[in-house]
Design a protein around this ligand. Structure first.
Ligand SMILES: CCCCCCCC(=O)SCCNC(=O)CCNC(=O)[C@H](O)C(C)(C)COP(=O)(O)OP(=O)(O)OC[C@H]1O[C@@H](n2cnc3c(N)ncnc32)[C@H](O)[C@@H]1OP(=O)(O)O
Length: 212
């Protein structure tokens, strides 16, 4: 069997190059004729991905689901061109995530798109549920944008479970500058539900962890 760690490393290396490419595309005033030529080159590059395409709900071989690694997650995945990626660490007071966003994640010029903050918080808050042994899905997310989030600034995200009632979990979260953690840029309150076993089996037929 192929070495899984070697494959994960390769997925992450490709992800890093793709992220760098996305940032360069968004950042560079490339001459129009070069853009046209580059589109053709990227199309030829894509044609080299000749491996089997996974079914819609099939879990990537490099992943661990529901409690672990999601290498193509748009929030945490090192294999994703879109992910910052968010690095998560468990602390005594919940989870902490670290990342910096790029120009490719911009909403207003110089600032992150609000959807990026919401997505990163949603993911981290979901991980906070999983850290309590309850892998859960968001049913409501209230996001308050208190100040714009500058791109290219090291950020600290926090998520803390504030209540558990059966399968229902409430979580609070925030985004702050890493070098000024008292200044809250974005605050969020979320409600999550851990699907029951039957629901989880039908939602995620490819997840071995939920099967008999
Ligand atoms: C570790 C990985 C981190 C990644 C995290 C990323 C977070 C995400 O992006 S998740 C994606 C976005 N969320 C979704 O798509 C979820 C869509 N919703 C659903 O599929 C279902 O509501 C689901 C699966 C969460 C719950 O379904 P199910 O297990 O059947 O719950 P069910 O038995 O009906 O309800 C349980 C309780 O939750 C409540 N509830 C369930 N769904 C909702 C809802 N959408 N709104 C309000 N309340 C709800 C019910 O009222 C019930 O409450 P009570 O026990 O008091 O009667």
């Amino acid at each position: 069997m192929e070495d899984l760690e070697l494959r994960r490393k390769a997925v992450a290396e490709l992800g890093r190059e793709l992220r760098s490419l996305m940032e360069t595309v968004a950042r560079t005033e490339t001459p129009t004729e070069d853009l046209q030529e580059l589109a053709g080159e990227v199309q030829r590059l894509e044609a080299r991905f000749t491996g089997r395409r996974r079914e819609r709900s099939e879990i990537p071989g490099v992943d661990v689901f529901p409690f672990g690694l999601r290498m193509y997650s748009p929030a945490t995945g090192h294999g994703s061109a879109f992910a910052p990626p968010l690095e998560i660490e468990e602390t005594e007071d919940g989870l902490v995530g670290r990342c910096a966003l790029g120009v490719a994640h911009e909403g207003p010029p110089g600032y992150a798109h609000g959807g990026m903050s919401a997505m990163l918080l949603d993911e981290l808050m979901g991980w906070a549920c999983a850290a309590k042994g309850l892998p859960a899905m968001t049913i409501a997310l209230d996001v308050r944008y208190q100040r714009p989030v500058p791109v290219e600034m090291p950020l600290l995200l926090r998520a803390r479970v504030t209540g558990i009632e059966g399968r229902k979990i409430t979580v609070s979260g925030s985004v702050v500058p890493e070098d000024d953690p008292q200044t809250i840029l974005v605050a969020a309150e979320g409600r999550f539900v851990a699907p029951d076993l039957d629901r989880a089996r039908s939602l995620f037929p490819g997840a071995k962890g939920y099967q008999n």
